[in-house]
Structures are given as C-alpha cells and as structure tokens.
Design a protein around this ligand. Structure first.
Ligand code: SAH
Ligand code: SF4
Ligand code: F3S
Length: 466
C-alpha cells in the first residue's frame, strides 16, 4: 500500500498517531477491525498494543450476550483513566465505540460513558475518516448507525491490515432469520450478499499477497447467493458454486466458511464439501437445542430430526468431516426433558468441537419477554453437563488423529523455541518442531499426541503437499 502523509484531518501532525483497537465477539468483527485499521493507516494511524497512550481508541463491540456488552463498559472505565492522564499532560485521546453495542444502544452509550466521543454501527465504517476529521474539528458526540451495507462493501473491499497466511473475507452480512433469542438481525440488519466479482477480486488480492487460506464469513454464510460472473449465462449461484469458483484461484489452497444455518444447507454445498479438495472438511452448523418444542420457540425453522438427517447426508458426502456447533441451554420454557433431548442429539451427532452458552436475555428480542425463564443455577448445571459431554467428544475426535498424517498449514511460531503452530484440515491447532523457513507452507505432519486444545506432530519424511 502506498503510504501518504497524514491528511488535513490532522493539520500539523507528521508524527504517526497511535491507534488501539479492541475487538470483541465474532470473526466478522475481527474482519471489520482489520479494515478499520487499513482505512486509518493513510491518515497516519499506526496500531499499538495498549490504550494507555493511544490517540484514538476503538472498541469494536459485541451485543450477543449480556456479559459481552457489559465488558465494554468495564473497559471504558479503565480507558477513562488513561484518557484523563493523557489530557492532564496536555495530550488528547478520542474514544470510539463501534460494532453491535453501538448499533443496539446508540446514544445511550455516551450517557452511560461520557468519555465516548464517537458511536458508530457496523455499516458505517467506510465513513470513518470523515468521522475522525469531524471529531477533530468539533468536540461533541458523533453518532452514526444507519444501515447501508452495500455501500460499506464497495467502499472497503480492498483496504485491510492482514497478518499471517489465512484471512477472513466477508461474503454475506446480516440476518433475516429472527431466532427469538438473538440480537444479530437488529444489529447487523437484513441479509445482504456480496457480488461474485467483488469477492473474487478480494480473494485474488489476498492470493497475490501470499495468503494460502480464506475463510468466507457471514452471519448466515450459506444463505449467500448471487448472479454468476459476467459471461457465465447459468442460473443464480449458491455458496457451493462460489466455493468451486474461488478454488480456481492459484495460491489459495484452503477454503473454509462460517457460520452456516441448517435451513440454508443446500445440496450444491453438500456436494462441494464432498468434491472440492480445497474446501476443508470442517462444518460449523449450530443447532442450539435438541428439543423440537424449544427449537420452535426459538423460531429456528428446523427440527432435531431434520438436523440429524442433514448431518448424515453431509457425512455421506464427506465421511471424515469435523462437525462443530453452537448450543444454548436454559432458553425460556426448557424443561429437564427438553434438555435431555439436547444431550441425546449431541450423543447422536458426535461433535469435533462446539460452543455452548447459558441463555442470556437480550433487550428487544422476543425471548426476553417470554414466560418460564429458567433459573440461573439450573442453567449453570445444564451447561456443565453439556460441556462435559462436548469436551469428551472433542478429545476423542482429537485422539482419533494420532498416527495419521495430516497436511498442516504452518501459520506462526510457537511458544517454545523452534516450534511452529499450524492448522489441520479439521481446524485443530497443531504444533511441531520445524524451522521458520516453512512458515506459510502446507506440510504433511504425523500426529503424535493430543493436548487439551491442540495436537502435537512431527515431520513426515518432510513431504510438502502444496
Ligand atoms: N449466525 C449464527 C451465529 C450467531 S451468534 C447462527 O445462526 O447460528 C453465535 C451464537 O451465540 C449462536 O449460535 C448462539 O448459540 C449464541 N447466542 C446468540 N444469542 C444468544 C443469547 N441471547 N444467549 C445465549 N447465547 C446466544
Ligand atoms: Fe441470530 Fe438466528 Fe440469525 Fe444466527 S440465524 S444470527 S442465531 S437470528
Ligand atoms: Fe456479536 Fe455482533 Fe458478532 S452481536 S457475535 S459482534 S454480529
């Protein structure tokens, strides 16, 4: 990227300014933070590790559960002290709240935390330079939470700061599913798919920059759809076709996608999982619960049985696939029997990894005002039992890899000297003693053991598979 002198947003400042971004929540926020950093770089902002002496602090927030949202306010308390110290020394610090808390709470944030100078929602990041300039000129609050997601896609397509060999690429944003527990349809707006041409251009750019893996992101990534590229007269594409198209890009060796919804898991995508060698054998397919009564109250649009059948079809196409999921325990009305059905579903599916949460009441969602809210201690007990089962399944999936030879994308150096860490096709962290010169390569490694969250491995005749 060509670096420019700081623009008139900061007249008289030739020194780089310090930018501290803290990212909460999902991978889409990680992606958005990279783009914000990329957008601010030409304005003279360089990323720093701490908020202490930052000129600009951006908290890219998450509203999904109460704990996530509250964490932002406790962090703002700490940042206030840094800001006061800096101002006491004649300096200046601007504090911005971005992301889903910004979208959901808007101006309430500045009431609760007056140190906040700017509040802006996920669809306004392309206007960031302009907002910064305005905040520099005038003190006072800046509030930007309008939805215009296509504009954001267009404006931000190629600007980002990337580290490593694997990158996220947002292909779809927003959600129209309205699960009754979830804030995402309110914070990210309606489902919008990016065009094939825009996605292809971004993935090509990543390939040119030496990246080996892309993870296609969307709140409902498998709801992605789009017109085929110009010159291709076929019907509208789904995610399966898009993946096959991106797989043709030289340099990109691995493609992943997340998060999928059971309702949008179509035949084309299942076929691609079986047939496209660059598409990794890992599928995050949240089910949330195993009781049809609860799934209905959650407005999920699928049953426990339809989900289990879907997993069977997917395994027919790709027998070794690692299945991952999300679970909520203690949704309003969940009885002991309903919870047992979740446990039975987990036993039937056998997950390689999973995320599980206690139901958190979110203001404005239908679930928050439902009768029969479940008591906290009951939620805690259920979560403990579920997590124990999921952990056992994860360990047995990991142990089953011992003795196998897996291609591992070596992504970074490990904690110990001479150690590299990478990812298996099943998204497991793998570490092995290997020279730094192999970083960014995909190497066949023999899995020798398991630790609580990773696999250990050794070189397998130093064969390079890609
Ligand atoms: N779009 C994805 C994930 C959205 S949020 C999907 O449809 O599955 C990620 C996870 O957070 C959800 O899958 C759900 O398990 C959890 N979650 C969302 N809202 C929640 C709430 N109110 N309380 C507890 N967990 C919640
Ligand atoms: Fe939330 Fe449901 Fe949409 Fe996922 S599908 S983002 S859980 S509303
Ligand atoms: Fe959180 Fe918003 Fe992502 S609520 S999970 S940051 S879409």
């Amino acid at each position: 990227m060509v670096s420019r002198k700081p623009t008139d947003a900061h007249p008289g400042h030739d020194q780089p300014k310090k930018l501290f971004i803290k990212t909460y929540g999902c991978q889409m926020n990680v992606y958005d933070s990279e783009r914000m950093a990329g957008l601010l770089k030409p304005l003279g902002y360089q990323e720093t590790e701490t908020s202490e002496d930052a000129d600009l602090v951006i908290l890219n927030t998450c509203h999904i559960r109460e704990k996530a949202a509250e964490k932002v306010y406790s962090d703002l308390g700490r940042i206030r002290k840094h800001k006061e110290t800096k101002e006491g020394q004649g300096g200046e610090m601007k504090v911005a709240v971005a992301g889903c808390v910004a979208q959901a709470e808007g101006a309430e944030i500045t009431t609760r935390a007056p140190i906040v100078d700017m509040v802006f929602g996920p669809q306004t990041y392309h206007r960031l330079p302009e907002m910064i300039a305005r905040a520099a000129r005038a003190r006072g609050e800046i509030l930007e939470t309008d939805f215009a997601v296509e504009e954001k896609f267009d404006a931000l397509a190629t600007i980002r700061e990337i580290k490593g060999y694997s990158a996220f690429v947002t292909i779809q944003e927003g959600c129209d599913k309205f699960c009754t527990f979830c804030v995402v349809p309110y914070t990210r707006g309606e489902e919008v798919s990016r065009s094939v041409d825009a996605i292809t251009a971004e993935v090509r750019m990543l390939a040119v920059r030496g990246l080996r893996e892309v993870t296609l992101l969307g709140q409902n990534v498998n709801a992605w759809h789009g017109a085929p590229p110009k010159g291709d007269s076929g019907e509208e594409w789904g995610l399966g076709e898009l993946v096959r198209h991106l797989a043709k890009i030289d340099g990109i060796e691995r493609i992943r996608f997340t998060t999928s919804h059971p309702r949008d898991m179509d035949k084309g995508l299942i076929a691609a999982l079986g047939e496209e060698p660059k598409l990794m054998p890992y599928l995050h397919l949240p089910v949330q619960a195993g009781s049809d009564k609860i799934l209905k109250a959650m407005n999920r649009g699928h049953t426990a049985e339809s989900y289990v059948r879907q997993i069977e079809d997917i395994r027919k196409a790709r027998p070794d696939i690692a299945i991952s999921g999300d679970f909520i325990v203690g949704f309003p009305g969940e009885s002991d029997e309903d919870f047992e059905e979740t446990m039975q579903l987990v036993e039937a599916v056998e997950y390689a990894s999973a995320f599980s949460f206690k139901y958190s009441r979110r203001p404005g969602t239908p679930g928050a005002s439902m009768a029969k809210q479940v008591a906290e201690p009951v939620k805690a007990q259920r979560l403990e039992r579920l997590q124990e089962l999921l952990e056992r399944q994860k360990q047995s999936f990991n142990k089953a890899q011992i003795g196998k030879v897996l291609p591992v994308l070596l992504e970074k150096t490990g904690r110990n000297d001479g150690q590299l860490v990478g990812r298996s096709p099943y998204l497991q962290a793998v570490h092995a003693n290997l020279p730094d010169t192999l970083l960014g390569q995909i190497i066949d490694l023999e899995i020798t053991g398991t630790l609580s969250n990773s696999l250990s491995a050794k070189p397998h005749e130093n064969r390079i598979s890609a």
